[in-house]
Ligand binder design. Sequence first.
Ligand code: AMP
Ligand code: MG
Length: 485
Amino acid sequence: MTDKHNQGWHFDNSYQRLPGLFYTRVQPAEAEQPEIVLFNETLAAQLGLDSSKLKQELEIFAGNHLPDGSMPIAQAYAGHQFASFTMLGDGRAVLLGEQITPSGARVDIQLKGSGRTPYSRGGDGRAVLGPMIREYLISEAMYGLRIPTTRSLAVTTTGEKVHREAPFPGAVLTRVAASHIRVGTFQYARQWGDKQDLQTLADYTIDRHYPEIANDENPYLSLLNKTAEKQAALIAQWQLKGFIHGVMNTDNVAISGETIDYGPCAFMDAYDRQTVFSSIDRQGRYAYGNQPEIGAWNMARFAESMLILIDDVEEQALPKAKAVIQRYLKLVEENWLDGMRAKLGISDKKEQDVVLIQRLLDLMEQHRADFTNTFRSLTLQQLDTGVRLFQSKAFDKWYQQWQDRLAEQALSKEEAYQRMKQHNPSIIPRNHLVEEAITEAMSHQNYQPIHNLLAVCKDPYAYTKEQASYAEEPPDQPYTTYCGT
Ligand code: AMP
Ligand code: MG
């Protein structure tokens, strides 16, 4: 027996108590020459893991051997990808098991990029180092921004080449999630299971994520409502921080309400509702300004797959489901409006606020003002004269209206600016910095820029001197991300 027991793994595999159609037992592929390049000590501690012992057995994070108690599986799911429905599943991911943390939480530990599974279709089951570093960085930055997200525990290079347009270094990301149950998991159950399978999945999901609704009169309708609430809160947060997911397919919508599957995602620089980064999103379906509505579309797909549980008579289930979607749209708007008020230091509500907010956004769009830095400047009361937006007469007028609004509320100006600091990040992981850091890691094995970025993104509301040097805007040129393979 090795020391394994002391690493702190405490696994359960409750997903395997679901009917067999929901998963397949698999083994992660062995990496030729695993080397850990990123490791999240803080997260490891939160999970109850002993970092020093774990690092001696880093092969775990490449899939070369399994932690105690792990029974690896690939999960089955379906999904609407850019509106067309298809069978998917973990084609390059393996769920090692569910870690029970010292605080009693249950989280999935998943390897991404660890080889082929029965759901790989034509794919090689592998992942390239660059996109895995990117997921690690962006997901941890999202956590720093206090936006619900899956986390990243480690990135391990495999020592093997992965062939895309050219050979690239292969890597495995260790992802930590509240669960990997997606809208697509329900679509899969509805399409290929029977009613009992669907109900078993719904009951499992309620037990795992929303136990408080288990005894509701109609728990399945409540599940739909809860999920819609979480999505409304999540997507409003994305809008408020300028995050663009890039591939809001139904297989990338977690029922837990976490942001999941960081592929061609990025933070917006200049404010523009049409912003799209993903090279595969040619129609702009998942553009920044479309995200709230796409959320509704995805919730409608979730609702459809749940109708038979919501009411035996489908015609009676339909209006109930529709009401949930309407409620989602209302909630996302309300969350966004409250969040925008907070970004402007406003703590009470007036009907006219929406006009004030929209006016600012219109001006920002007109002048291609940087989203994060505009709010940062307002927060710091440093209206740089070099910024076109701040030079405009229309902005002066808006500024006066905003100041008048701040004077009307109970908060003092000082308190209002404090409030702004808690809601406007001083820094986001800017695309040009992320790319530079990844390039440096890939071409010189120099991870220092990545570590620096991770460090400044840890608490984006701290407004440190160091963060100021990362706030610089990129040259105004289009930026494209390629699907995270
Ligand atoms: P994603 O774009 O990461 O959300 O993946 C969409 C689907 O494609 C999922 O079912 C993935 O498991 C699968 N997939 C993505 N890349 C690969 C790959 N290299 N090999 C096998 N399956 C993949
Ligand atoms: Mg996905």
